[in-house]
Design a protein around this ligand. Structure first.
Ligand SMILES: Nc1nc2c(ncn2[C@@H]2O[C@H](COP(=O)(O)OP(=O)(O)O[C@H]3O[C@H](CO)[C@@H](O)[C@H](O)[C@@H]3O)[C@@H](O)[C@H]2O)c(=O)[nH]1
Ligand SMILES: [Mg+2]
Length: 190
């Protein structure tokens, strides 16, 4: 562990689907003084996400699904995102490929790793590994839509890349991993 940190106490607040822990720690500031603080940490594992891009048509394939925490915060809960999911013990590129297939029905090609992100480093342990892959008529295997038994109901949304970028600017796309991937594609494509 980091030598600026002394863990004083760890309290398990909840351990159901994910694990919520309250940690009390002493943190050594840059001037050498020790400061006691308390932090709640939510751990549901790390994740992988993939932006599906069709270079010939300059379109992207996104997924729309109901996100309850977004509703709690007063936004439209029918949330537009790139396909993504938890690693469940798999390597990030394998998990990204599995989620692309489950959620969109496509087995993408030309997969590139872009970067990794923490979307909420103050509270979540989740690191999300980001990829871009290509899709077209030939990569479709199934209808997609997610796993009904797990409560997933996923609508496929195909957009021109230019339209997706406009939707970031006007607030119709609010998901962090999706913004990062679309902007990376816009910067690197052509
Ligand atoms: N019982 C239960 N099941 C849950 C809960 N939260 C999620 N699930 C189940 O776990 C599945 C998770 O689906 P994935 O596709 O693996 O993950 P995701 O929710 O799409 O994406 C995760 O990673 C993204 C990338 O960082 C995140 O953006 C997203 O918030 C989430 O953490 C959901 O379909 C749902 O069945 C919960 O609180 N309780
Ligand atoms: Mg998912």
């Amino acid at each position: 562990m980091d030598e600026r940190i002394r863990k004083i106490d760890e309290q398990l607040l909840a351990h159901d689907w994910g694990k919520l822990t309250k940690v009390t720690l002493d943190y050594q500031r840059n001037d050498g003084r020790w400061q006691r603080m308390s932090r709640e940490v939510y751990d549901h594992g790390s994740a992988a996400a993939m932006l599906l891009f069709n270079p010939a048509r300059e379109t992207v394939l996104l997924v729309r699904q109901f996100r309850y925490p977004v509703l709690e915060n007063g936004d439209n809960p029918d949330f537009l995102e790139v396909c993504a999911g938890l690693l469940d013990g798999e390597a990030p590129e394998i998990a990204a490929m599995r989620e692309a297939l489950e959620e969109t029905g496509h087995a993408p090609t030309d997969i590139r790793h872009i970067c990794d992100i923490y979307a909420s480093p103050g509270s979540l342990t989740e690191k999300c590994h980001l990829f871009i892959g290509h899709y077209d008529e030939a990569t479709r295997q199934t209808a997609g839509g997610g796993i009904e038994a797990e409560g997933e109901e996923i609508e496929l949304v195909e957009l021109d890349l230019a339209e997706a970028l406009t939707m970031i600017a006007d607030g119709r796309i609010l998901d962090a991993k999706t913004v990062v991937l679309l902007q990376n594609l816009a910067m690197t494509w052509r």
